[in-house]
Design a binder for this molecule. Structure first.
Ligand code: ATP
Ligand code: MG
Length: 609
């Protein structure tokens, strides 16, 4: 994984800060790059989404680039919302992206909950130093006395209680003597600070909750701001990268560490000073037509608006994987969009382009007919036995000669796509129509001599053709007596009816009809709900597609050619597809997901072309 595309590419501002720190020896010997330590600190309360991928690529990429270390740290300080399913999914997704916390640049897996005792001891130290106190205001009272941006907050009546009293109460909070919400430990900072985060923020709350790691050992749980910077400190993180909404929290991040370091040093009864990481904020990744709000993603899954966290229409990393996206494409996209301090929404088309760039080079080509209609070659017996199968040579990937060729069966009866035939075709319709000739890719040239329709629906049910035996492999026929060579404008794909495998094909479209589905419109009616902007046509299931027989074997074997075991293809003229896990190749059940169309059709529809 790389964060810098080329040695000469301009480095983003965080890379520049790190370079300067390495040069000045801020974290170790000047010039020593390996001091760089980063982390990704997910809260296990949902699956990771594409925004998290940016943070993972950034953090891991910087550690790897400098030969430093990368931690995966589960921020499991909140016992209530966390689930093991999420932990496993998060690990799977990070590994898939290529950020290996156990590998050469990894420093292992950590749990914030393993630091509970250390955090508690430091809190006691702050009380002893007169920098924290036990407050008995309710949550509502704390909020009501916080003040406004222009009016200072009101000091808690418990603010100046004796240190011994706070120490005693805090110990009893921990021992479980008090009810949930009845007491908090607050930092004693500045009730008049223009920064709300500094108005005596809560460090601990009483919560009698079972924790997946620490069980019932704790009845007090640390707040995010208190815990996060100290976790960074314990792990020796050098650059603590977070998103812009934490900019206002940076003074508090620093205050907590400085408060612990106060009066520490040689000869101090508190001991040595602790490590002080540098918090740096960057803008979140946002994409058009993509929802990232975690609470809303939870709701989509819970209320079954989608088929699960990995429904290919979701914004989660698991969903992108199931849809056929490659980790390489997501990483190169994250590199390309860069790291800034400015909030912006990036066109989803850029992620799709990164995907097409990757799959165009790597995905083997196959033929699949999504809306099959039968085509019969009436003069097939002209070339020999009417029941014969001819095996045609097809190129696997024109972008990659090493991908070789394969044999595709050609027979008297084929399927072509209903969209490739028109009864009353306009001049510019370069596909098949009565009296017109077209090239069947890697097959023969055929001319339409007639067709049959369904009496009731009028739909075409059969197309009759003749073929030119001199066009084998799709080659041009020889010149006629006057030296003219016949030409065809169109080339279409096909499969042999006798050999084709039946497949289910799932076509996905954007899940949201609006560019910023997370944003509630200013003039939204009272009953507005975010699901109202869902695209009702985001999933089309084709039950009876016909695919070339090789795809039946591919569904079983071709995954081995991809690092993550997911087989991906380009269906000629249609788009990129992958094998869905609902596939059961040995039982003949094939399910393919459309990863992306060949071109950005959606931009065209929206008039953005
Ligand atoms: P919430 O706090 O609402 O549960 P979250 O998305 O912040 O959601 P975390 O698990 O706390 O979830 O996030 C882990 C890390 O990912 C954090 O460091 C956070 O800053 C980063 N992150 C979250 N969303 C994005 C995004 N859209 N772009 C880049 N980084 C992100
Ligand atoms: Mg968060």
């Amino acid at each position: 994984m790389t964060t810098v595309e080329s040695p000469n590419a301009p480095k983003h501002f965080i890379a520049q800060i790190i370079d300067a720190d390495i040069a000045s020896g801020k974290w170790g010997a000047p010039g020593d790059q390996s001091v760089v330590r980063t982390r990704f600190p997910p809260e296990p309360n949902g699956y990771l989404h594409i925004g998290h991928a940016k943070s993972i690529c950034l953090n891991y990429g910087l550690a790897e680039l400098h030969g430093g270390k990368f931690f995966l740290r589960f921020d499991d300080t909140n016992p209530v919302k966390e689930e093991i399913e999420y932990v496993e999914a998060i690990k799977r997704d990070i590994k898939w992206l290529g950020a290996d916390w156990d590998g050469a640049s990894g420093a292992g897996l950590r749990w914030a909950s393993n630091y509970f005792q250390q955090l508690y001891d430091w809190a006691v130290e702050l009380i002893e130093k007169g920098l924290a106190y036990v407050c008995e205001l309710s949550g509502e009272e704390v909020r009501a006395t916080r003040g406004t941006p222009t009016v200072p907050g009101k000091a808690s009546p418990y603010r100046d209680r004796p240190v011994a009293e706070s120490l005693d109460l805090f110990a009893r909070m921990k021992a479980g003597e008090f009810a949930d919400g009845s007491k908090t430990l607050r930092a004693k900072i500045d009730m008049a600070s223009p920064n709300f985060n500094m108005r005596d923020p809560v460090m601990y709350r009483v919560l009698h909750a079972h924790h997946h790691n620490t069980g019932d050992a704790w009845c007090v749980y640390p707040m995010y701001d208190w815990a996060h910077g100290l976790e960074d400190s314990i792990e020796g993180i050098t650059h603590s990268l977070c998103t812009l909404e934490f900019e206002d929290h940076r003074p508090l991040y620093n205050w907590f560490i400085e408060a612990i370091n106060k009066d520490r040093g040689p000869g101090s009864k508190w001991g040595k000073t602790i490590h002080h990481p540098q918090q740096i904020e960057f803008a979140k990744l946002r994409l058009t037509h993509i929802m990232l709000g975690k609470r809303r993603l939870v709701e989509l899954v819970r209320d079954k608006h989608v088929r699960g966290w990995d429904d290919p229409r979701m914004s989660t990393i698991s969903a992108f994987r199931r849809r056929g996206y490659t980790a390489e494409a997501i990483r190169s996209f994250c590199d390309a969009v860069g790291v800034t301090k400015f909030d912006s929404v990036i066109d989803f088309g850029r992620l799709e382009e990164a995907l097409r760039d990757d799959l165009n080079k790597r995905a083997p080509r196959r033929m699949a007919v999504l809306k099959p209609v039968k085509l019969v070659i009436e003069n097939w017996a002209d070339g020999g036995d009417a029941e014969r199968t001819e095996w045609m040579e097809a190129v696997n990937n024109p972008e990659d000669a090493s991908a070789g060729t394969r044999k595709v069966p050609f027979t008297r009866e084929l399927y072509i796509d209903a969209d490739d035939f028109m009864v009353d075709a306009p001049k510019k319709f370069f596909r098949l129509a009565p009296g017109r000739e077209v090239r069947l890719r890697y097959g023969y040239w055929v001319t339409c001599t007639g067709y049959e329709t369904d009496e009731k629906s009028g739909e075409v049910t059969l197309i009759r053709c003749t073929y030119d035996p001199q066009t084998r492999g799709g080659e041009s026929p020889p010149a006629d007596a006057e030296g003219h060579v016949r030409k065809v404008k169109g080339t279409i794909h096909w499969v042999s009816a006798a050999h084709a495998a039946r497949a289910e094909v799932r076509l996905f479209d954007r899940l949201w009809t609006v560019e910023e589905p997370d944003r509630k419109p200013k003039d939204a009616p009272a009953d507005w709900h975010f699901t109202q902007t869902m695209n009702p046509d985001s999933l089309e299931v084709i039950a009876d597609a016909m695919v070339e027989p090789a795809l039946g074997e591919d569904a079983r074997d071709a995954g081995a050619q991809w690092a993550d075991g997911i087989a991906r293809f380009q269906f000629e003229r249609i788009g990129y597809f992958c094998v869905d896990p609902d596939t059961d190749a040995s039982a003949g059940k094939l399910v393919f997901n459309r990863t992306a169309t060949l071109k950005d059709t959606w931009a065209k529809v929206a008039g953005k072309g």
